[in-house]
Structure formats: C-alpha cells, structure tokens
Design a protein around this ligand. Sequence first.
Ligand SMILES: Nc1nc2c(ncn2[C@@H]2O[C@H](COP(=O)(O)OP(=O)(O)OP(=O)(O)O)[C@@H](O)[C@H]2O)c(=O)[nH]1
Ligand SMILES: [Mg+2]
Ligand SMILES: [Zn+2]
Length: 361
Amino acid sequence: MSQSTPRCGEDPVYTLDDLGWTEEHESAFSKYTGPYLAGRVACRQKTVWDVLVDGGSVTAGISGALRKLGRFPAVGDFVVLLHQPEAGTSMIVDILPQKTRFARGGEGGDQVIAANIDTVFIVTAAGRDLNARRIERYLALAHASGARPVIVINKSDLADDPATLAAELAAVSPGTPVVPISAMSGEGVDRLAPYLSPRTTVALIGSSGVGKSTLINRLMGCPVQETSDVRDYDERGRHTTTVRQLFVLEGGALMIDNPGLREVGIGLASAGIAETFPEILELAEGCRFSDCRHEEEPGCAVQAAVAAGTLPAARLESFQRLMRELAFEEEKAEIGLVRLEKKRWKAIGKDARDLWKIKGR
Ligand SMILES: Nc1nc2c(ncn2[C@@H]2O[C@H](COP(=O)(O)OP(=O)(O)OP(=O)(O)O)[C@@H](O)[C@H]2O)c(=O)[nH]1
Ligand SMILES: [Mg+2]
Ligand SMILES: [Zn+2]
C-alpha cells in the first residue's frame, strides 16, 4: 500500500463508487475474470503508477503490451490491474474507455496527460496573472478535452473590486461561469459547491503560483499539498507542485492538482511565450540551429538583431530568463516544443471556434 493520496489522519479507504466508477466501467471490466482488480490512477511517477482501488491503494507498473502500444495510463484513468499478491506486485494491463481526455500533441501523436475529467477549474489570480488572452487559451484547451470549464479568480482578497474582474472575464468567455474566491481566507469557496458534487472529477489548471494547491488544501480540510509564496518582483510562482495528483475531497468530489505551467503547461507556457515574445520567435526562425538558445551560437539571428539595435537586449534577457525557468533539465526538448505547440494552438483555437459556431455564438 502506498501513501499516494494522503488524507489527514488515517489512510484513505474508498470504494470504487467513491472514485467515480460507473456502469460503463463495470461492463467494460466484466470481461475480466480472475485475479483482476479495477482502480483509478491517482499519480504517475515516470514508470510507476499509484492506483486507488477498493479499500486502499497500490503501486503498479504496466504490462509490456501496453508499453509496446505506447498506451501509458494517465492520472484519472480507470485501469485494470493484474494483482499478484504473492509476488507483492500489481501490473496495469488495460485502460478502460475514457470519457474525456486532456492531451498534448507530440511526435508520436497525442499524449494523454489526464483523463475522465468532468470540470476544469481554470485558476487565475487577481493581480499580474490575470490575462484575458491566456484564459482564452485555457478555455480552448478545456473545450478540446470535452470537460466543462469554470473560471476561478483566486486571491480576490487582493483585488479592490473582484466583481469587476469577474465581469471582465465573463465578457471573454460567454457562457462560462466565473467565480471569484480566496482560497486563503475561504471567502467565496462555497460558490464552487455546484461543481463539486461527490464522485465528479475536477482538474485545476493555471499558472504556477495562482493558488491551485492552496485551494486543494482548503477543500481537503487539511494540508496535503505543499505551497509556496510567489516571487515579489513579478508575482510568478515557484513551480512548487511537480507531479499531477488526484485527491478525494472532504465533500466527495475528486480533484486533480496540476503543476503550474511547466508540465500541463508545456503547451500553455509555450503559447504564452509565443504571445509574449512574438518578435523573438519570428527572429529565431532565421537562426542557423533550430534549437538555438540565442546565447553564443554561430548564425544566431536574434543576437544579430540585438547587435543591430533592432531588438532591445533587455527583451532577449527576459525571454531567456523565462525559458530557463521553464526548461529545467528538459531544456532542449521543451524549447523544441515551442514551435510545435504554436501550431497545435492554432488548431485547437480553430476547433474551439467551430464549436462556438455550432453553439450559435
Ligand atoms: N492573498 C492570497 N494568497 C493566496 C491565495 N491562495 C493562495 N495564495 C498564496 O499564493 C502562493 C502560491 O500558492 P500555491 O497554492 O503554492 O500555488 P500553485 O498554483 O499550487 O503553484 P504551483 O504548484 O507552483 O503551480 C502561496 O503563497 C499561497 O499562500 C489567496 O486566496 N489569497
Ligand atoms: Mg501547486
Ligand atoms: Zn539564435
């Protein structure tokens, strides 16, 4: 038994029903007879999955067949486990049909990063984070996933007039609920109740530092997630949460905390960079190396623009600072994704527009 989904006090004990199991899952699972268990993925750590099962949780690997097919279970997936208690191990052998999925594009096609989400809380914070264009992109992502979006304006305690902020955002997203709250003080959090009925799954997305984990802690009724303060000089977060994880809230809803920006956010972050530094990305098309970091590489068109005085050096510095923060050890891979994700966002944006047309907006 693992400690994957902590709850204050005793170890959690849930039934499959508590975890959102439905008749569809039951019928898909009915073909398995023998030493099989059903469960829901709470957390993935590279090659090991924490799976909540009836009455506890297990840590499991995946079968060679799934691996070969590139079918890696995502947080929120309902899975079939081959339970081998004598060996003390469990192995995921199947993924049950998904109701919704969050995916990001990649060379090998879509990679599912979270599954079976009913509602997405797009969490933003009063202050610097609040950005209508970013929210539009999060909305497009939510629409593409099949989940229903709700915009949560956190840190409303810091706003002079939270109602005006809410009205502004309501204007960019007709039809999407906008709920100002303070996760810290608890003010307004009860207005989230309509989206938190037992057994429904909510995912939190939003930039680092907006208070996603603080909200989880409040809704859990005790601290399960680490949080840390934002940086004074630009109000950005410190990427405190590093793995995606599903929690069962006090009220019975299931909630997935996500790392801000850096992971779910690869796409979001990259799109944010594309939006914030369009002239640098355009210049970068002229660099000799496609993974040019615009430092000391030969044939760098961005450095050339700085030298020619057409690009302020300070712009390049802030671009590089942001890229360094995003990149960590996966630096090159992630920078390579910028272009890829830019394309993908265009595609998602189009899908979302089509959707809105269908709905007559
Ligand atoms: N004033 C105020 N501060 C808040 C509120 N909610 C969270 N914070 C603070 O914002 C900071 C960041 O909160 P986190 O919960 O760690 O943010 P996060 O979105 O989980 O960030 P990552 O895990 O890095 O993605 C912490 O210092 C919190 O105390 C709020 O409602 N009001
Ligand atoms: Mg967090
Ligand atoms: Zn360059």
